[in-house]
Design a protein around this ligand. Structure first.
Ligand code: SF4
Length: 400
């Protein structure tokens, strides 16, 4: 079994998308080509970190610590707090932007200058917004890690704010074009950050926010319920187990178009020229056999149906051929519709008795003397009997 490095959100997502790409990145440590939009995101995050860092009032209450807490009022009561001294001017912020800028990964000078202008505009607008609604961050770009019920996880969190209610709000900046409320509600990234903050801070998490910088819109979601976090823990567990078992199968899909490792991937590797002719013949033969198989399958089905119609008309079940006897058999199965069953069971508080709607499950309920007979009758009536006919061949040599 392989050792598993702590999983970040992006490592987890990469493995889910394609385990082989995960191996190229996290085991073989192959570099990826830089991309302009990633560079852009990194630069903006870095300037925002510099901008907001002076506002940070660190939480005195880290999980597991028992020192006396310093309150927010106490911080502000001291003249010359870091926030008062070092809050950046607009010019300082733009200077930081110029200093941090990188042209790595842009496909042209025109693309780079478009992104550069966009970044400047985003930062200026966000600065204005911050001046009007100054947040109370307790951390920026904080690296947190924990073992979540056996799974090592970590992440860099853009910002953790204190809320007026005394809890914490996790903020993740997004420079992407489109973002919706559903993204905030369903983001596994925010769920993982909630777990990291809950394990590392003593204060409760009161909110999760994706901050859409292009529209200055905070997309807010409530903290996840325990059941939702359990779902993420299961998914992380599957990734963790896969990595431990060194299960690194390629999983092709649309994401391959932005994968830098196609020349190493068996899904895209070309057959060596010396083997080309032999394998081409094998593929042609396979294709011909598959076509024949499909043709035989549909001919078999048509013949069985014709035999069945004739047997029905004549009322016979055994039909003799030259060498074999075709015997008609029937198979019966009861089927119950969950759509009809659910309302009945819910109103009687018996939903848990029939979770999958399998005939066995429903029949157990129908035969249960402890269940109201009227309900049992209604449940039984939701079923329909399905009859399936099929043919078997028997040796005909013993029949005259
Ligand atoms: S090309 Fe596709 S299948 Fe191959 S490693 Fe990359 S993402 Fe995976």
């Amino acid at each position: 079994m392989a050792a598993v490095p702590a999983l970040s959100y992006s490592s987890y997502r990469t493995y889910q998308e394609c385990p082989l790409r995960w191996k190229f990145l996290y085991v073989d440590r192959l570099p990826e080509a830089p991309r302009g939009y990633f560079t852009f995101g990194r630069v903006i995050h870095s300037v925002l970190e510099e901008l907001v860092a002076p506002l940070v009032v660190p939480s005195a209450r880290r999980a597991g610590e028992s020192d006396r807490q310093r309150t927010l009022d106490e911080w502000h009561a001291h003249p010359g707090t870091p926030a008062a001294e070092r809050w950046m001017t607009v010019d300082e912020m733009l200077a930081a932007y110029d200093r941090t800028w990188s042209g790595e990964g842009y496909v042209s000078a025109e693309e780079e200058s478009r992104y550069r202008a966009l970044g400047r505009e985003l930062l200026l607008r966000y600065y204005e917004f911050l001046v009007q609604q100054r947040p109370v961050p307790v951390a920026v770009e904080e690296h947190l890690e924990t073992r979540w019920d056996g799974i090592p996880v970590h992440g860099y969190i853009d910002r953790i704010d204190r809320t007026p209610s005394g809890g914490l709000e996790i903020v993740d900046y997004k420079t992407s074009r489109d973002l919706s409320n559903d993204d905030a509600r369903e983001s596994d990234q925010l769920s993982l950050y909630q777990v990291l903050v809950e394990k590392n801070y003593a204060e409760p998490v009161h909110g999760l926010t994706l901050y859409h910088l292009r529209s200055l819109t905070p997309l807010r979601a409530l903290p996840r319920e325990r059941s939702e976090l359990a779902g993420l823990h299961d998914r992380l567990g599957n990734v963790y187990d896969g990595i431990r078992a060194e299960a690194f199968e390629p999983t092709p899909g649309r994401h391959c178009s932005r994968c830098d490792f196609r020349d190493r991937c068996p899904e895209f590797r070309a057959v060596p020229a010396a083997e080309g002719q032999r394998l081409r013949l094998l593929v042609d033969r396979f294709e011909a056999l598959r076509t024949e198989e499909n043709r035989l399958e549909s001919e078999l089905r048509r013949t069985a149906e014709e035999l069945h119609r004739a047997a029905e008309q004549l009322g016979v079940h055994r039909v003799r051929g030259s060498r074999s006897v075709a015997v008609r058999r029937r198979e019966e199965a009861w089927q119950y519709s969950l759509d009809h069953l659910r309302p009945l069971l819910e109103s009687s508080g018996l939903s848990s008795r029939v979770s999958s709607g399998t005939p066995e499950e429903v029949r157990r309920l129908v035969r249960d003397p402890d269940v109201d007979p009227e309900l049992r009758r209604k449940v039984a009536e939701t079923g329909a009997r399905r009859v399936k006919w099929y043919w078997e061949l028997e040796d005909g040599s013993s029949e005259s």
